[in-house]
Design a protein around this ligand. Sequence first.
Ligand code: EPS
Length: 373
Amino acid sequence: MKVTTAGESHGKGLFAIIEGLPAGLTLDMGAINAALAARQGGYGRGARQKIEHDEIEILSGVRNLVTLGSPVTVAVWNRDYENWRPIMAPEGCDTSLKRLTKVRPGHADLAGIQKFGQTDARNVLERASARETAVRVAAGEICRQLLAVLGVEVKGYVVSVGGVRDTNVYPFGALSNKTDLGMLSEELTAAAKAEIDACRMAGDTLGGIIELRVSGLKSGFGSCMTYPEKLDARLASVLMSVQAIKGVEIGDGFALATRRGSAAHDEICYENGAYRRATNHAGGIEGGMSTGEELVLRAAMKPIPTLMQGLSTVDVATNKPARAAAERSDVCAVTACEVVLEAALCTELARVVLERLGGDTMQEVISRYGDLS
Ligand code: EPS
């Protein structure tokens, strides 16, 4: 299976083509749209979300809600395009409008114009923008529905926002009961909102940490034989590909480096005819393969680089010092990022599962998964 996305932040829309989905997967459009709405939510989002009302439109590969085995094309149209048509229209527009030359530290602006030979960072930022994640969520939710048929479930929550961090350990079942910030504690949510409010007043932004967990994945997905097949490498890669992610850890991750081996590894036992690990410091992956225990991953999101206060930069039109450009921005998008990371994880997991199982139809996929121990 292969997923490609396209589309600019203020262009006509965002699009994804999913190739290699088996025939016979029944889609729940309501669940996909609910995830798109969740991505738009959270405390600290910017004015753009008041304009958009993201909804999926399926353009190919599905008939009467069931996949056909042909490439599935999904679209999420940009309502804001009506305001940007004179600036963005592929058929012809005025490119002297909304030029961005006071490049933002931390964004793709400067590295992008250097790489692509541009003088206007708009030609780079339109694609680098996290607006692209709307369609990644749509594609990821389709993949989540495929995994769910096999009993594989993906959940996540916001562990921290800025300096407000939840240090509790939660069972998988507790991860559904989230606050509007995507956290699991009301008290920490209130503290995080206060920090977001303070940031908004200061014209600043905030990042955070997201934890993702997967239950129901059988052992043996991924491989120790070649490095591109390693499950940990693949999952870290897809999480790292999400805008603003600067760190990923699996299981106890960085903390493992501080422990002795006796406190770092999960002892093995045999219970009710199956091998189990007594603990799960490895986050469900050993030797690049799933162990059958829950997958546990964490990702660190940096603060969004568009600051209303504007950081020091250079105006690339004059090469003189300037304050970085800022029109509107999210103060904190960690809640949205959690939704995106779940979707990205679902996409890569579905790829891993289909690579091992093959199958043209969902019946084949289901029966092959059932045959695994
Ligand atoms: C986003 C839409 C964007 C930004 C944000 C994510 O809208 P606009 O640029 O029109 O205000 O709110 O993009 C970024 C964080 C970024 O760095 O570009 C969205 O729909 O998620």
